[in-house]
Design a protein around this ligand. Structure first.
Ligand code: ATP
Length: 298
């Protein structure tokens, strides 16, 4: 539970990072409260990894601020407050899994026992295996053990399940779920809306270096599972359309309405009752991106 004396787990203010003329992160503000599990969604190149790298202190912002539990990323990392699992985190080929996790543990002040980290990450059976003998999914689980061993208050995971088959992915999330029941804060990037829906309290969508939408899973599910109704609605006004049942967003241009709805049947009945003159009606399943975009246009 957060109160005014507890700093946010993550606070980003006006954060920017440009690479040449690419605005990788183009001014984002985000506050994550302690204990929240937040999914960072977005298409390739949206800026998720760049934002994560700045939270971890691996990349210096061009502008803006980053605080992790009220401290700089470097301080938070030094204190073991952040555990990270990156897309291509290198594992040392010559060390076994247990040796690798032990090495990382030795760098931290208050590590949990190596065996416990391995167990929580579901890779006890890999303890004696050398890193160069691991499959992609196994290597990800070892990276998870490494992220857990400092017992961090914040876990940051960049596409943790990218190399995992569906069964491994399920096991991974089960382990995560059990682990975060203790109140750990988690920020994870993913391309899978299902993962976000199932495991996150909150979903943040990035697009083109900006936050395009930020909402609870329920809000996102309502919109992402919804439809778009397009119709010519003579004499309509946007506020009245927005007030129709199940409508989540509405745009009105030249008498043509684009209405995002969580229940197109209910919306359409009410629309026709209120506007018998509505015509040229089209109903389409809202794609994820348009669903998210309609969420913020609200
Ligand atoms: N080191 C770099 N040098 C130049 N451009 C970069 C660098 N890192 C990222 N970019 C560019 O910044 C933009 C954002 O990239 P980023 O990796 O943050 O996106 P992402 O949302 O994590 O994508 P993905 O889902 O593919 O991992 C992209 O256009 C990328 O090409």
């Amino acid at each position: 539970m957060s109160n005014t004396s507890t700093p946010p787990a993550v606070a980003l203010g006006g954060l920017r990072k440009h690479y040449g003329d690419v605005a990788a992160v183009d001014g984002i503000d985000l506050e994550i409260r302690p204990g929240e599990v937040v999914a960072l969604l977005g298409p390739n190149g949206a800026g998720k990894s760049t934002a994560i790298d700045m939270i971890l202190g691996l990349t210096t912002p061009d502008a803006g601020s980053v605080a992790v539990f009220g401290r700089s990323p470097a301080e938070a990392v030094r204190e073991g407050a952040i555990g990270a699992m990156l897309q291509n985190g290198t594992l040392l080929d010559d060390l076994t899994v247990a040796e690798t996790v032990r090495l990382v543990a030795s760098l931290h002040r208050k590590p949990i026992p190596v065996e416990r980290a391995l167990r929580r990450a579901g890779c006890e059976d890999l303890a004696a295996r050398r890193a160069n003998r691991l499959s992609g999914g196994q290597a990800q689980r070892v990276r998870f053990a490494i992220a857990l061993v400092s017992d961090p208050a914040l876990l940051v995971l960049d596409e943790p399940t990218a190399a995992m088959d569906p069964a491994t992915r399920r096991d991974f999330w089960k382990a995560m779920y059990e682990d975060t029941a203790g109140g750990r804060t988690v920020l994870f990037a993913t391309h899978y809306l299902e993962e976000a829906e199932e495991y996150a309290d909150r979903v943040v969508l990035m697009n083109g270096g900006r936050i395009a939408a930020d909402g609870t899973v329920a809000e996102v599910r309502a919109v992402a599972g919804g439809r778009t109704i397009r119709a010519a609605v003579p004499g309509a006004d946007a506020a009245a359309l927005l007030a129709l049942p199940a409508v989540t967003a509405c745009e009105l241009r030249d008498g043509r309405a684009r209405i995002a709805t969580a229940d197109s049947d209910a919306t359409l009945r009410a629309l026709l009752a209120a506007h018998p003159g509505a015509r040229d009606i089209e109903i389409a399943a809202a794609g994820l991106e348009s669903a998210f975009l309609s969420l913020i246009s609200d």
